[in-house]
Design a protein around this ligand. Structure first.
Ligand code: RB5
Length: 143
């Protein structure tokens, strides 16, 4: 599975941990590349565009709270970004919402929990059925 991952300075360390420790995915790293202050839209937009273009199966977007990351990603057509703070949210964001971007808040959760969230999110499938009908309605608002 190919995953595009991006963060601002606040999420940089967590991004590096995820790339180094999660072995079930191949990562495309779109930056940022240091803890020097930067603007999260510049990097999260790259995550969203890479998923939109089909160059990755899904994306991970990280900032300090995860709020800015999810706001930016969800501006992009066909992106469903879910901000998750625990494994249950990660699982449901795939099962019911088929989230194609996972947003994380590096200043809100610790590294160990973040890694468990990523693993749960990557391994969980979409259930389809009635949930697809609801996602079709969601997508209708994009038109
Ligand atoms: C950066 O200081 C911080 O504002 C950013 O990482 C994020 O939390 C915004 O939503």
């Amino acid at each position: 599975m190919k995953i595009v991952i991006g963060s601002d300075h606040a999420g940089f360390q967590l991004k590096q941990e995820i790339i180094g420790k999660i072995k079930s995915a191949e990562f495309i790293d779109v930056g940022t590349n240091s803890e020097e202050s930067c603007d999260y839209p510049d990097y999260i937009s790259r995550v969203a565009e890479t998923v939109q273009q089909g160059k990755a199966d899904a994306g991970i977007a990280i900032c300090g709270t995860g709020i800015g990351a999810s706001l930016v990603a969800n501006k992009f057509h066909s992106i469903r970004a879910a901000l998750c703070f625990n494994e249950f949210m990660a699982e449901m964001s795939k099962r019911h919402n088929n989230a194609n971007v996972l947003a994380l808040g590096a200043r809100v959760i610790g590294v160990d929990l973040a890694l468990r969230i990523v693993e749960r999110w990557l391994e969980t499938p979409f259930e389809g059925g009635r949930h697809q009908r609801r996602l079709d309605k969601l997508a209708s608002y994009e038109r």
